[in-house]
Design a protein around this ligand. Structure first.
Ligand code: SF4
Ligand code: SF4
Length: 449
């Protein structure tokens, strides 16, 4: 164990990463809590079941097998390889070297599986980059992805390729130093490499390291390669942690709670507005008195604070994969609506409100709103309520619920339904049915020959 200036630098790096990440995640949680209350703590067993199937088991990802299988490589690789981070942190903080090598054969199995997974992650990322930039898959090249969303996806994929490559090279260089260094006593003395010889790694331990290290230059350079890749890997991961909350890759963290708190009601079942129900009850039963706290400030939703916390969590969890939009009949037939864009717009508006709260405090107000400034009535009325988007979403996001709430605002607060619906509403009010016939004429068909 050697504690020196590099360990201090490492600790400062961890501290800065922790501070920056904590601040940003705290503001994300504050933003989500701007949403209205919604009780999703019921049916614990069903929720755990959906979490295991959809989030951990990736059941909806594999519906499209190519993306599904490569996503599983990246997902499993990401989770398991990060276990190796623990060793890097222990080594960085305490000045040890391969601190967990005391695990013996278990350590050998772990590092070998990390190496294989790292190769699979690189493969998966290269396939995803090719689908976006070479094959130009339609759903990954739609107009809502122009600019930052496309760059964000590419940045994160390239970063993952770099981090995994650094991990492989670091491990290979380390294996070489650990197993071959004793053959070069002069170099060992000159560079102070004695600790490598005591790492506990045996010559036949790893499958890929000997092969990769065979491509490297002589021993004088390998020690620099190993140190460079070690620092590159850990600095890259710290940068990744700080970048994550600004990126669609936030789904790496948020998809688990988002799936756990999924809507477990049958698809197509809408909630009633309690205030409207109360009014109807009052019409039929004059003795009924609605509870005072049951009347909402407004009907439906105009801005992000009128949505529920789950709808806001949905927006932060959206991976912008476009599976929803690719099955949306409205989008397919050339209408303006894209459920992915509904989610992206909700997140953009929420971020804007969050920035306003940060700079101007809790009284922040602006002249904008989610409805009209980010999402137009034309998009909303194009929706057929088919639930295709909610079915297709791999992380159980519900764009339809936002569409319905914004529509409710248009109808009940702005009295602005499209003309076809205005006629239907008037008929229902006057005739008790969507048609333009008086109730007295309803049975006329029975007299027809
Ligand atoms: S529910 Fe609406 S937004 Fe979703 S797929 Fe159907 S038409 Fe498209
Ligand atoms: S809502 Fe779901 S399906 Fe649609 S883009 Fe976001 S993550 Fe993909």
């Amino acid at each position: 164990m050697q504690f020196g200036i590099t360990n201090v630098i490492f600790l400062v790096l961890l501290g800065v990463t922790g501070f920056v990440a904590f601040k940003k995640y705290a503001s994300l949680i504050r933003n989500i809590r701007l949403g209205k209350d919604l009780n999703r703590n019921d049916r614990l067993g069903d929720r755990l079941n959906v979490l295991l199937r959809v989030a951990l088991g990736q059941s909806k990802m594999v519906v499209r097998p190519v993306a599904g299988i490569f996503h599983i490589f990246v997902y499993v690789g990401f989770i398991i390889i990060n276990a190796e981070l623990l060793e890097i942190i222990v080594d960085g903080v305490f000045g040890t070297h391969r601190a967990f090598s005391f695990l013996g054969p278990v350590y050998t199995i772990l590092i070998n599986s990390f190496e294989i997974l790292a190769v699979l992650v690189i493969l998966g990322c290269l396939v995803f980059l090719a689908r976006r930039n070479v094959v130009k898959l339609k759903r990954l090249n739609m107009k809502e992805l122009v600019g930052w969303p496309r760059n964000d996806a590419n940045i994160i994929l390239i970063t993952e390729v770099c981090l995994m490559s650094a991990f492989l090279i670091m491990n290979s260089a380390d294996w070489y130093l650990s197993t071959q260094v004793s053959k070069f006593p002069v170099v060992v003395k000159e560079f102070g490499l004695e600790h490598y010889a005591h790492s506990g790694v045996s010559e036949n331990a790893f499958l890929l390291s000997p092969w990769i290290s065979g491509w490297m230059p002589g021993i004088n350079y390998i020690v620099y390669i190993e140190r460079f890749c070690w620092w590159f890997h850990i600095i890259g991961i710290c940068g990744f942690i700080m970048y994550l909350p600004y990126s669609k890759h936030l789904h790496i963290l948020f998809s688990f709670p988002n799936v756990f708190y999924s809507n477990l009601e049958p698809k197509g079942k809408f909630n009633n507005l309690e205030s409207i129900t109360n009014e109807v009850k009052a019409v039929f039963d004059p003795s009924f008195t609605p509870p005072a706290d049951a009347v909402p400030g407004k009907f439906g939703a105009k801005d992000v604070s009128d949505l529920t916390w789950k709808q806001l969590l949905d927006s932060y969890t959206c991976t912008e994969c476009g599976r929803c939009t690719s099955v949306c009949p409205a989008n397919t037939t050339g209408k303006l609506l894209s459920p992915r864009k509904i989610m992206m717009a909700t997140r953009d508006r929420l971020e804007e409100v969050g920035r306003g709260l940060d700079t101007q405090g809790p009284d922040f107000k602006d002249e904008k709103s989610l409805l009209h400034d980010y999402i137009t009535p034309e998009e909303l009325w194009a929706c057929t309520s088919c639930n295709g988007c909610t079915e297709a979403c791999p992380v159980n996001i519900d764009p339809l619920s936002i569409i319905i709430d914004l529509r409710r605002y248009l109808v009940m607060e702005e009295s602005a339904p499209p003309s076809e619906l205005a006629t239907v509403f008037a008929n229902m009010e006057n005739n008790g049915a969507p048609w333009q016939f008086s109730p007295a004429d309803r049975l006329n068909w029975a007299n027809e020959n």
